[in-house]
Every structure is written in C-alpha cells, then in structure tokens.
Design a protein around this ligand. Structure first.
Ligand SMILES: NC(=O)c1ccc[n+]([C@@H]2O[C@H](COP(=O)([O-])OP(=O)(O)OC[C@H]3O[C@@H](n4cnc5c(N)ncnc54)[C@H](O)[C@@H]3O)[C@@H](O)[C@H]2O)c1
Length: 355
C-alpha cells in the first residue's frame, strides 16, 4: 500500500476479537501490534505468549509514546471510557462495535477525539460482507424489479455466548451485538429515514438481556424491511429474502448459496389449483417449472481489509474514515428508538424525522 513503517498499535481487551484482529493484522502487515492490556491475567499471559508486550494497565499502554493507535475490544460498556482515555493520550482509535451504549456516549467520544485531533472509527466490518453486497447488487441491478420487501435474518441455535453478553450492565443482548450490524447494513443501503419503526424483543432463554428481536422498518416508497435475530432457531433459515415485483431472491447463507427466481413472461401459464391442507387453492399454487427460471446469486469481489487500510490512510490524511462517527451515531439512535418501541409497544414515527 505504501512504503511507510507499519502503524504501531496497542489493543485494550485481548479476548476473542483482540486475538482475531491481531492475527488478521499480522497477516496484512500494515500495522504492528506492539502490546495489549486485558484485566484478566490469563488473557494478559496469552498476549505475552503471542509475542507482544503485556501492559500491566491501560494507563501503561496509553502512556507508551511509541504507540500511535489503539484498538478497543473490551465488553461494550467500557468502550466509551477507554476511547476517551485513548483520545486524551493522543492515540487514534478503532473501537469495536457497538461503539457505545447510546448517543450521549458516542457524542462525548467524538467531542474528545476532535479536541485531541485523533481519528475515531468503529469496526462495522459487516458493511463488507459478501452477502450484504450481493443483496444490494441484486436490488440495485433491477433484476427483480421494484423491491417491496427485504427480510434480513440471522438466526443461530447456540444461545447467547460468553458471560458479559448476558448482562445488561456490560451492554449485552442481541440488539447491541447483531442489531448494530444488521441495522447498519440497511441504513447503508437505504440512506433516507424510514417512515415508521416497530420493534419486539425476545427473551425465550430467560436472561435480562434480549436473546433476539424483530424490527420492522417502513419506507415512503412502499418498501418494508424486516430485520430479525434469534439465538434459539434450530432450523437453518435463509440469510436474505428479497421480494421484487418481477422476481424473488433468496441468499441462503454467508457462502452466498441461493438463487434468484424470475417469472418467464410470455409463457402461457395455466395456473392449476392444488390441494392445500384441508382446502384447495389456485392463488397460492406453486409455479410450474416452465414458467420460472433461476439465476445465480452474484459473487462480489470484496477486499475485507479495506477497513484497516482506510484507517491508516485516514491517519495519513489521504482518505476520510469510511465508517464515520455520524453513521455510527445514527444506528445508536435507531437502536434507542427500537428500545422505546419495544418498551411502549408502539410504532415510532415522528422521532425518525430527526435521525
Ligand atoms: N465486529 C465484529 O464482528 C465483532 C465480533 C465479535 C465481537 N465484537 C465486539 O468486540 C468486543 C469484544 O468482544 P469479544 O467477543 O472479543 O469478547 P471477549 O469476552 O472474548 O473479550 C473481551 C476481553 O475484554 C477483557 N476485559 C473485560 N473488561 C475489561 C477491562 N475493564 N479492561 C480491559 N480488558 C477488559 C476480557 O477479559 C476479555 O478478554 C465487543 O465490543 C464485541 O461487541 C465484534
């Protein structure tokens, strides 16, 4: 990318994601992981074993003048505190998602970052997911005509993982974990504000935090978007279903299995009624094979390292951060409105005008 020395970076929180970023960045070679701080001695030892400095405190890491940037990969409730400390120490910041627990926190983080002249960005990596980009390509290509409904589903069967994700205090629950990605994708695709939002949380597993949710967004042009997450679904559901006037696209999974099904216009289709349970239907009869054709799901070529490269280019003043604080703030606000909708069992409308 350039001939400059790798950016020297420290990691706060050396758990699953701290280690994940380390492995990715070492392969990429554009950042040097100098060291890490984790409050758990076992994870601190792991950092040492992985060949980096194990700092005895976050202050020690932030006090190392050779470190230019910090990656925050702790539980969600302490992102804000560490981001503010890192900005005051003059370090550029990558913060894991969700950047904060709400709008007031991200506003404070942004203010301090600006005061100290450092870059603040957030690892909204799922903007580069192939399935999302393929879904967007299908819609924008017009192949299925005017799209009137999008279902974005992520349904697992493994419950809520990890200790802190099960607690409200640490910012657990699936809205903050997965909602922040899936809503971000929808608002990246469709930039205008929806006209209405309705949200329900699921507590099927009995924790204080949500173990799933349904969010419905309705837009002025007639589009409806359903975003659904569940952690107790044992059947495999499609990742995306996109309903267009002239076709239907199903993206089954992150490996981009699935197909686009299109009607064959002009073919003489005689709709034959079928037995349907204890009844009969013509309306809902399956299409005969000769009256539909299928196409493959597009396979976009995605550079998964764009986010990291952009962070460095932003520090060098060559690019603007591709994940802006403004876009992050918007999703935090949308999630606050989801909470409001679920709590009051109401459809949110007027608050969406000032998103
Ligand atoms: N972008 C993604 O795709 C993605 C995927 C998974 C997790 N995440 C995010 O990454 C962050 C970390 O998640 P994880 O899965 O790595 O969790 P994790 O539990 O595996 O790791 C968190 C680490 O932070 C440490 N920690 C806790 N409190 C601390 C404190 N006060 N100071 C320093 N260290 C502390 C823990 O000891 C642990 O090692 C979360 O914000 C999560 O939402 C992002």
């Amino acid at each position: 990318m350039n001939n400059e020395a790798p950016l020297r970076i420290g990691i706060i929180g050396y758990g699953g994601m701290g280690k994940y970023h380390t492995d990715r960045l070492r392969k990429l070679g554009i950042m040097e992981i100098v060291g890490a701080y984790d409050c758990d001695p076992v994870r601190l030892q792991a950092a040492k074993a992985d060949g980096m400095i194990a700092y005895s405190s976050a202050d020690a890491l932030l006090g190392d003048n050779s470190i230019k940037a910090v990656l925050i990969a702790t539980p969600n409730d302490i992102h804000c505190e560490y981001a503010i400390a890192a900005a005051k120490a003059g370090k550029h910041i990558i913060c894991e998602k969700p950047a904060a627990l709400g709008v007031s926190e991200i506003d404070e983080m942004e203010k301090v970052a600006k005061q100290n002249g450092v870059i603040l960005t957030v690892h909204q990596n799922r903007r580069w997911d192939g399935d999302f980009i393929a879904a967007k390509q299908i819609i924008e290509s017009g192949v299925i005509g005017k799209v009137y409904q999008i279902d974005s589903f992520v349904c697992g069967a493994n419950g809520i993982p990890g200790g802190w994700r099960k607690t409200v205090k640490a910012g657990g629950g699936m809205m903050l974990d997965w909602g922040v990605h899936l809503l971000d994708q929808i608002f990246c695709y469709k930039t205008e504000s929806p006209e209405y939002l309705y949200c329900e949380y699921s507590h099927a597993l009995g924790f204080d935090v949500d173990d799933g949710f349904n969010v419905k967004l309705g837009y002025k042009d007639g589009l409806t978007v359903n975003v659904r997450v569940d952690t107790n679904t044992f059947a495999t559901l499609p990742r995306w279903i996109i309903y267009g006037r002239d076709g239907t696209a199903v993206i089954k999974d992150w490996a981009l299995n699935g197909e686009i099904t299109l009607p064959v216009y002009g073919s003489e289709v005689e709709i034959v009624g079928i037995e349907a349970g204890n009844g009969f239907t013509k309306t809902m009869a399956y299409r005969p094979h000769e009256s539909v054709r299928t196409r493959e799901i597009p396979k976009p070529v995605v550079d998964y390292d764009t986010f990291y490269k952009n962070f460095i280019a932003s520090i060098q003043g060559k690019e603007k951060p591709c994940v802006t604080v403004e876009s992050v703030r918007k999703i935090l606000r949308v999630m606050e409105l989801c909470n409001q909708s679920a709590k009051t069992n109401t459809v949110i409308t007027k608050e969406l005008k000032s998103l």
